[in-house]
Design a protein around this ligand. Structure first.
Ligand SMILES: NC(=O)c1ccc[n+]([C@@H]2O[C@H](COP(=O)([O-])OP(=O)(O)OC[C@H]3O[C@@H](n4cnc5c(N)ncnc54)[C@H](OP(=O)(O)O)[C@@H]3O)[C@@H](O)[C@H]2O)c1
Length: 290
């Protein structure tokens, strides 16, 4: 795993549980855990430690987002650093986590893997360039485009309890989402397919894109809390961070037809309703925040 963060660690644990020997990278110190071996890797500083000499690896998942590259070199410094090592391995599969942000704004229309890409300048544009660089690497690549990731400790429960949730209304605006365990499940499903049946680009998302007021309302209902007063997007747009504004200026519905129809993956959490329930149950059962 290049990057053992929220999704990487969850995938690493699942891969360990089905019998893989798992190596994960981090820029910092990580708590030791049975069956997971941590390596130091920082694509910014170029420090790759042991990660530069991993003989015999067969499967790799890249979860680290491409960093801004001030030198104007590779669109993904991680690829530039690791490519020679990866090309020398008996690799069977390389998964790369990307974002549905590469499709840009579609005014709420559905996007599939063959839809045109119109990323906003900045992060999404860099991401599309990183996708292309990985595609040109000659490695056995599958790109997975993800919408907003949620799961235990990444639901609106904490902000609702703290009273910091903002309930924003923008007419017609929807967001797509995916539970982290459906990313894990879809990745395991795809890497178990014969190579000829693995599409190069796949969206992983649930069945129910919807306004954030709907998902927040359901989270509040699960907690027995009231939602804060609604704010109109046009009234508060100027107060939002550039990152938040970039999310609100894009409106699209990500389609999972390829994953769930053609490739036969069955979602564990078809909507935020089942996903929020399971996440809350896991948090209450004492699941440790990553
Ligand atoms: N979160 C979302 O809603 C969302 C939506 C769409 C797409 N995505 C994309 O999906 C991927 C996984 O998301 P996530 O939320 O699981 O990410 P995450 O928790 O932030 O994990 C990312 C991992 O990348 C590592 N990393 C970051 N910069 C690095 C660098 N310069 N060198 C080496 N490692 C680096 C981090 O390592 P450390 O342990 O060193 O911090 C971390 O383990 C990311 O590429 C993200 O951009 C996320």
């Amino acid at each position: 795993m290049i990057g053992g963060g929220y999704t990487g660690l969850r995938f690493g644990r699942a891969a360990r549980d089905v019998g893989f020997a798992v190596l994960l990278t981090s820029r910092g110190e990580r708590v030791p855990e049975a069956g997971l071996h941590w390596l130091h890797f920082d694509s910014n500083s170029g420090e790759s430690g042991e990660a530069g000499s991993l003989d015999g690896i067969t499967h790799v998942l890249v979860t680290a987002a491409p960093e801004r590259n001030a030198s104007g070199g590779s669109p993904d410094p991680a690829l530039a650093l690791l490519k020679p090592m990866l090309q020398a391995q008996p690799l069977q599969w390389l998964g790369y986590l990307s974002t549905t942000g590469v499709y840009g704004d579609t005014g709420g229309s559905w996007v599939g893997e063959t839809s045109p890409t119109h990323p906003q300048p900045g992060r999404s544009q860099r991401r599309l360039e990183a996708e292309k660089a990985w595609q040109n690497s000659g490695l056995p690549l599958q790109i997975f485009r993800l919408p907003a990731i949620y799961g235990p400790h990444r639901c609106p429960f904490a902000s609702l309890r703290e009273g910091t949730t903002r309930l924003i209304h923008k007419p017609g605006q929807v967001f797509s989402r995916v539970h982290v365990d459906d990313i894990v499940g879809a990745l395991l499903h795809c890497l178990s397919l014969p190579p000829a049946r693995r599409p190069g680009v796949i969206n992983i998302c649930d069945d129910v894109p919807c306004p954030s007021s709907e998902s927040l309302g359901y989270a509040a209902h699960l907690l027995g809390l009231k939602l804060p007063p609604v704010q109109r997007y046009r009234d508060i747009e100027a107060d939002l961070s550039p990152m938040a504004r970039s999310f609100w200026t894009e409106n699209r519905r990500a389609s999972n037809r390829l994953l769930c129809g053609t490739l036969g993956y069955r979602l564990r959490y078809p909507s935020f309703r089942e996903g929020f329930q399971a996440s809350l149950a896991e948090e209450r059962a004492g699941g440790v925040a990553p």
